[in-house]
Design a binder for this molecule. Structure first.
Ligand SMILES: C/C(=C\COP(=O)(O)OP(=O)(O)O)CCC[C@H](C)CCC[C@H](C)CCCC(C)C
Length: 327
């Protein structure tokens, strides 16, 4: 049956929003070059990195609600989200253009909506603005060693080797998903922490361990592209181990590493926060059982939408707990 005019108008609006956010199911067709540029930067993917900065600010234990602190954290969110994640996604689209021409020909580059020189210049502008802003932040907070600039350079390097040949980390299931998981948790967290407090090895180790839960989340994203990845020789975990085993690896990583962080909170005498974190893990396990483990291919998106809020709230709980422990 054909859609009513009201339904097709709403579908059209929905597709346009998806286009701006860089989500699947986006509209194609004529649109302004700025919308196409934004689509390349996939704004929907900025959220976890912006959140990571919030968790880091909390774990520093030094964040107070002043205008200056608010502006510093807003600048760091601009760095981790629009600039650096935008850069990462732009070069990912650039280097994946041949795969996308087969799997998703409507994306900006394969559809011809933007030229390659325009994409390259966008990547340069985002990367250089990111490095520049990181340096400004280091000067602003008076770092003797430019910690945030160093992390930015490291992030830019990882982002490049994740997508670009000859290394193309994303071809390797374990390394690619860990790079993704740690860039969603460890890097922005450490940046937010360094902005307000002293970044010591304990925070770095804790976030690096927490990133294994992020690795689990990154595996969930690979179920949608098993067919294309198999054809093109990309060794994602579902391709290497099969759907069922990869789904179990995924949930084990997500649960075990969050529980390990709860154990760490107990170790630093933050029992209440440990208990709250464990309470956040329970609904995730329920959704794993209800949705993901029963049908990883059909329920991947439903699982992410239901369980992710508990994982990200758990991250903030950990940030606040560490901030308290540091006092
Ligand atoms: C490009 C990324 C994911 C897309 O992966 P994939 O191609 O498998 O998926 P699609 O087919 O759906 O496109 C993200 C890769 C992240 C990268 C490894 C590192 C990012 C670095 C951070 C942006 C740096 C943050 C630094 C800081 C100081 C806040």
């Amino acid at each position: 049956m054909d859609d009513t005019p009201a339904e097709s108008l709403s579908d059209n609006r929905n597709a346009k929003t998806r286009q701006l956010l860089g989500m699947k199911g986006a509209t194609t067709g004529d649109t302004s070059i700025w919308k196409i540029r934004l689509q390349l930067m996939k704004p929907i993917t900025w959220i976890p990195l912006i959140w990571g900065v919030v968790c880091g600010a909390a774990s520093s234990g030094e964040y107070t609600w002043t205008l200056e602190n608010f502006l510093k954290s807003a600048a760091c969110m601009l760095l981790s989200g629009p600039l650096l994640t935008g850069y990462t996604q732009t070069i990912n689209e650039y280097y994946d253009r041949d795969i996308d021409a087969i799997n998703e020909p409507y994306r900006p580059i394969p559809s011809g909506a933007i030229s390659l020189p325009q994409v390259i210049s966008q990547a340069w502008v985002l990367m250089l603005s990111g490095i520049g802003l990181a340096y400004i932040l280091d000067v602003w907070v008076g770092h003797e060693f430019p910690t945030i600039t160093a992390m930015t350079l490291f992030g830019v390097f990882i982002a490049y080797i994740y997508s670009a040949p000859p290394i193309k980390l994303k071809q390797n299931g374990w390394l690619g998903t860990y790079a993704l998981g740690s860039s969603y948790i460890a890097l922005p967290w450490c940046a937010g922490h360094a902005l307000f407090g002293e970044l010591d090895w304990k925070i770095v180790v804790m976030t690096v361990i927490y990133s294994f839960a992020g690795l689990g989340i990154a595996i969930v994203n690979d179920f949608k592209s098993i067919e294309g990845d198999t054809k093109l020789g990309l060794k994602s975990l579902p391709v290497m181990f099969g759907v069922k085993t990869a789904a179990w690896i995924c949930v084990t990583m997500i649960d075990v590493f969050q529980i390990a962080i709860a154990a760490y909170l107990i170790f630093i005498h933050q029992q209440l926060y440990a208990a709250i974190l464990l309470l956040m893990v329970i609904p995730q396990m329920v959704f794993q059982d209800m949705y993901f483990l029963r049908d990883p291919l059909g329920n991947d998106v439903k699982y992410q939408a239901s369980a992710q809020p508990f994982l990200v709230l758990g991250m903030l709980v950990v940030g606040i707990a560490i901030g308290h422990a540091n006092f």
